[in-house]
Design a protein. Structure first.
Length: 359
């Protein structure tokens, strides 16, 4: 089985970060979302993966490389404009050939893997298999109506009166039958070739499309609050799915470490309190600060007389003399420092920003 990972799109809901980086490279628990996807694919035995990239394609390629560290070969496929998920399948048809494949949206985190779904697809081998999960408000999603034997009867995009609470999430399994469906559909009202239209075409023409309910943790990281929630969820698994848990960096005797904490090699913690779950990236310095819970500090960051909780700090970010930051996402090499007096602060600032807040 091959894989097709979608890592294009403009990521408008994650601006300002996506002005300067691909949304799939924004980290959760100190690792790019895209890496979480590729690990799940490696774990089901995928050896060949095509990654569809857009305007930040060079960044994606630089970050992921040829795939060797994931145990696979990666081919990069350029999409000049975001013309739909089915358009990505069309672009990749040469790479995919007649093979079965799994299509994986590169901004989706499925923290419990996709091994069960892959095994079901291989065993039953329908023409297509989608993953669904129960949601509180199906009107915000593509919704699947399921019949006997998990067969999909209909797919409806953001229905005003949903007939099901099963939302389609970002992993799809296909046989080569999908290519004929993609060739047969036309662009939707928003000018895109929709994968839901291709699936509905398959259903209407007698192809077997099945659904499997995903019981693990899933999150589309397309919004800031979703990104922070996902960060909390993955950090909460420290000690269960990260073999490097522990203090590989330098934590001095005047610091206090409580709970599940990772201090990566080369990081230094001085006269500070770390309340897990927390990850401190390699090369970072935490001095006279309070960090956690639920904080991911990227590589080469500096926290000096700072207090941070429930936040993500990207590579090279620095915070000085700000005692109470909560639910923040701080961009790469951004600098935050205090000015005057303050209480509670929340910041969402992009790369290379400078911000001054009341101390």
């Amino acid at each position: 089985m091959k894989a097709l990972v979608l890592s294009g799109g403009e990521g408008t809901r994650l601006r300002p970060f996506t002005y300067s980086m691909a949304k799939q490279l924004v980290p959760v628990a100190n690792r790019p979302v895209l890496e979480h996807c590729l690990e799940n694919l490696r774990n089901i035995g995928v050896e060949e993966t095509g990654i569809v990239v857009g305007g930040h394609g060079a960044q994606v390629e630089a970050a992921i490389g040829d795939g060797a560290r994931f145990g696979m070969r990666i081919t990069y496929i350029r999409q000049e404009a975001p013309l739909g998920l089915a358009h990505c399948v069309s672009l990749a048809s040469g790479f995919l050939g007649g093979d079965d494949f799994v299509m994986y949206l590169g901004d989706n985190v499925l923290a419990d893997g996709i091994a069960e779904a892959a095994e079901t697809f291989r065993r039953r081998r329908p023409d297509a298999q989608i993953l669904v999960t129960k949601v509180a408000d199906p009107r915000q999603y593509g919704v699947a109506e399921i019949g006997a034997d998990d067969t999909v009867r209909a797919l409806v995009e953001k229905p005003q009166e949903p007939r099901s609470d099963l939302a389609v999430i970002g992993v799809y399994f296909f046989t080569a039958a999908v290519h004929e469906a993609v060739r047969s559909i036309v662009p939707s009202a928003r000018g895109e070739l929709e994968i839901t239209d291709a699936l509905q075409h398959m259903i209407d023409h007698g192809r077997t499309v099945t659904a499997q309910v995903y019981g693990g943790y899933w999150k589309d990281t397309g919004r800031i609050d979703d990104l922070l929630e996902c960060n909390r969820a993955l950090l909460g698994r420290l000690g269960t799915d990260r073999p490097e848990d522990g203090t590989g960096g330098d934590v001095d005797a005047d610091s206090v470490v409580e709970g599940r904490v990772v201090v990566e090699p080369g990081a230094r913690v001085i006269r500070s309190r770390l309340t897990g779950p927390v990850v401190i990236g390699a090369g970072s310095v935490v001095r006279d600060s309070r960090v956690g819970p639920y904080v991911a500090v990227g590589r080469d960051c500096v926290l000096d007389t700072a207090g941070v909780e429930d936040s993500i700090l990207l590579e090279g970010a620095s915070i000085t003399d700000v005692p109470d930051l909560h639910s923040c996402v701080i961009g790469r090499w951004a600098r935050v420092r205090a000015q005057g007096e303050s209480s509670h602060n929340r910041l969402i600032i992009g790369d290379h920003t400078q911000a001054e807040v009341l101390a």
